[in-house]
Design a protein around this ligand. Structure first.
Ligand code: NAI
Ligand code: SOE
Length: 397
């Protein structure tokens, strides 16, 4: 019987649900050296935590996250709260000797992210792990793209073209925490560019050397105050107050970049790309071939083989559902029986449980050290937008 690791989850919102589902299902889909025990849930007193715990299978619940962190039955603390809480919660957990998995972006500010990275370094010496939920790495198509680049299939990389386009942030959307700078750190930038920066670094295996040409805009500066309920992300359909408040984050941020090995790149994140709902896209062009991915068709990877004779070249649509070739899918359904958003979280839980038992993950897990590099790029892009100047990554410590 595999040894159990107790999980303590903080946050009972959208990600609280996604993570609960993943911890609950990981040991059904994967045969692992460790089992996840869903021991304690912590949330806000305004929430019906008893109902949440019952629905998702948490043994205990509390409104005091400090008690969750000090509880002996908890080995991994899962932080699924708004960005401004990440530092306090993650650092406290690491100092208590727990492993941590924290939601993205690592933090709202570079300063907070650095403190988290430093705490993770110290905790690592005592055997604790610190990971970040960059869940899209574990879409089989993205993990496969990482493997293709690593094996040299694309050759030298020339271009990285990444976009994360959503459209839920129009004037009808109330002033949720995602629009409050002190809580979120930034808007579409930290929320969405964080994912595609991580994905670009993960697939190429390369690091940024420079960020330039950044522009950001806040189109909707005043929003009505929310009064609870509505859609998980946008609060649409929920109750509102008449009063309004100021949005203090970007609605979009676009920037250019250079990678150390010479590739050039463009990034765009927005919540106002009308007609695009969760278009998390990346295209990478290399000397021998290209890949492209769009989360709205997450089971597919576009592949262009430039080594073929010219008349035979064309974009292939690879269904990344072949258990013998594509990472993770063998653990779910027979070939061509598609998987969804939630499976990427479950696959990430499987890798964390593997690493907790001293084994290797299927593809690299983003840890605090790694996510700190993504946070530096986020920071450089904001500086580039404000200073209207290129920023060398060596200028961002
Ligand atoms: P949410 O607003 O749906 O949920 C936040 C939860 O945190 C709520 O249950 C709230 O009560 C709880 N919370 C806030 N302060 C707390 C405290 N002091 N103690 C205990 N609980 C507290 O937000 P959502 O969408 O779940 O986002 C949470 C985090 O997950 C953010 O960092 C966000 O960027 C990230 N996220 C990541 C996604 C991904 O694809 N990896 C998707 C959506 C969000
Ligand atoms: C809202 O923009 C959101 O839920 C982000 O917070 C997530 O990180 C992204 O994966 C989906 O969209």
């Amino acid at each position: 019987m595999a040894k159990e690791i107790g999980i303590g989850l903080i946050g009972a919102g959208f990600m609280g649900r996604a993570h609960s589902n993943a911890w609950d299902s990981v040991n059904q889909f994967f045969d692992l050296p460790r089992h996840a025990g869903m021991n304690i849930l912590a949330g806000h007193h305004s929430e019906d935590l008893a109902a949440f715990a019952r629905t998702w299978g948490w043994k205990q619940h509390t409104t005091d996250w400090h008690s969750l962190i000090s509880d002996e039955s908890v080995g991994i603390v899962d932080v699924a709260t708004p960005n401004n809480f990440h530092r306090e919660m993650a650092v406290a957990a690491l100092q208590a000797g727990k492993s941590v998995v924290c939601e993205k972006p690592l933090a709202g500010t570079l300063e907070d992210a650095r403190a988290m990275r430093d705490a993770a370094r110290k905790a690592k010496r005592k055997g604790a792990n610190a990971w970040v939920w960059f869940n899209y790495r574990r879409c089989p198509a993205v993990a496969f793209a990482h493997q293709l680049v690593k094996s040299g299939k694309l050759g030298r990389i020339y271009h990285v073209r990444a976009q994360y386009l959503q459209d839920w942030g129009g004037p009808e959307t109330p002033l949720l925490w995602r629009f409050i700078g002190k809580e979120a750190g930034s808007g579409a930038h930290g929320d969405l560019n964080a994912h595609i920066i991580d994905m670009a670094r993960f697939i190429t295996g390369d690091e940024f050397s420079e960020v330039s040409g950044a522009i950001q805009e806040t189109f909707i500066t005043e929003r009505t105050l929310p009064d609870g309920g509505g859609s998980a992300i946008s609060g649409k359909g929920g109750a509102r107050r008449k009063k309004t408040g100021r949005s203090t984050v970007d609605d979009c941020l676009l920037f250019l970049g250079r990678f150390k090995k010479g590739a050039v790149a463009s990034f765009e994140a927005t919540r106002l790309a009308t007609g695009n709902q969760n278009a998390n896209r990346i295209e990478i062009n290399g000397e021998k071939g290209s890949i492209r991915f769009d989360f709205e068709r997450m089971n597919e990877l576009g592949w262009w083989d430039h080594t073929l004779e010219p008349g035979l070249r064309g974009w292939s649509r690879i269904m990344c559902t072949d258990g013998e070739a594509h990472p993770y899918v063998a653990n779910y359904w027979p070939a061509a029986h598609l998987i969804g958003y939630e499976h990427c979280f479950t696959s990430m839980c499987s890798d964390m449980l593997r690493v907790a038992a001293g084994r290797k993950p299927v593809v690299p897990l983003p840890d605090f050290e790694d996510a700190y590099q993504t946070q530096r790029v986020l920071h450089a892009a904001v500086r580039s937008a404000k200073e209207r100047a290129p920023i060398r990554m060596s200028q961002v410590k």
